[in-house]
Design a protein around this ligand. Sequence first.
Ligand SMILES: *Cc1c(COP(=O)(O)O)cnc(C)c1O
Length: 311
Amino acid sequence: MSLIFPLTLPFLVENTYQPQYEMDVYRGDLEHPKAPGNKWHKLQHHLVEAQRQNANVIATFGGPFSNHLHAFGATLAQTSFKAVAIVRGELQPKLTPTLLDMVACGVELWPSLRSDYRLGEQSDVAQAINHQYKNVYWVPEGGGGKLGALGCRDWASKICAAYDQYDAWVVSAGTGTTAAGFLANGTTPDLHVFSALKGTSGQRDEIIEQTHEVARGDLKDNHSHRLFFHSDCHEGGYAKHSPALLAFLESFAATNPAMPLDPVYTSKSMFAVLSLMEQRAWPYRRTLFIHTGGLQGWRGYSDASNPFSLA
Ligand SMILES: *Cc1c(COP(=O)(O)O)cnc(C)c1O
């Protein structure tokens, strides 16, 4: 089954311009039934490394609605590793849907104080896990780091091999690990990265640095000219929704009812890139938007704010 889906551009429908842009979506959200999107890819090299280190337990961190934690549970359920997750903040008596899915996948959840959580592998709770289980392999928050980026490089290479007809790709960023992996793949076209976070104007340099770490020798040094980083599309900050974004999502869902976007990342990137097209400020004809998944994140919002729940 092809995972490429054409998009109906909402403003073209309204204005009946001649279509000047073609935009397809690579539906990474449909790739894996239980662990869709980029997080599964970010875990793959971590699993290999855990195996190499003969670890019995793999542990990680995340918030109570985290896409990373959700994919971690579903991915680890298909391996023989024991899975442990430190959840940011106290565990509420009523677990979030994300955490309930993890429990169903057999993940052991450890609550944390927010102040301790910030210390990562140095936290008291991580030390307690290391003490209780021998030979624990730690996956960083969000599945990042060099090994996370390597998995995304592999992903980009596969997508390029199957679909090579695009002038540019669009991808969302949190940590920027996925973007770095994509850029490290030599066949990726111009890469437009849209950050879901506030205050990321310095992140472009970090992505380039991480790209260097995971690029193969055959990648020419001047790959940075293929990277376009957009830090002004957060619509109020991480996981926040501006009225303009909500209005956009309504109209997007009406024209593309079978193309759900997630609330934190892809909705903002889609809003930003379609706005550039609408202003005729997008210099490409054929664009591929990489859908990085995250639809389970809607469960942290009211049904009223999710225009795709009606689709
Ligand atoms: C985590 C996530 C991202 C961001 O990935 P990074 O590698 O941290 O930049 C983008 N989209 C979705 C849906 C995600 O869950």
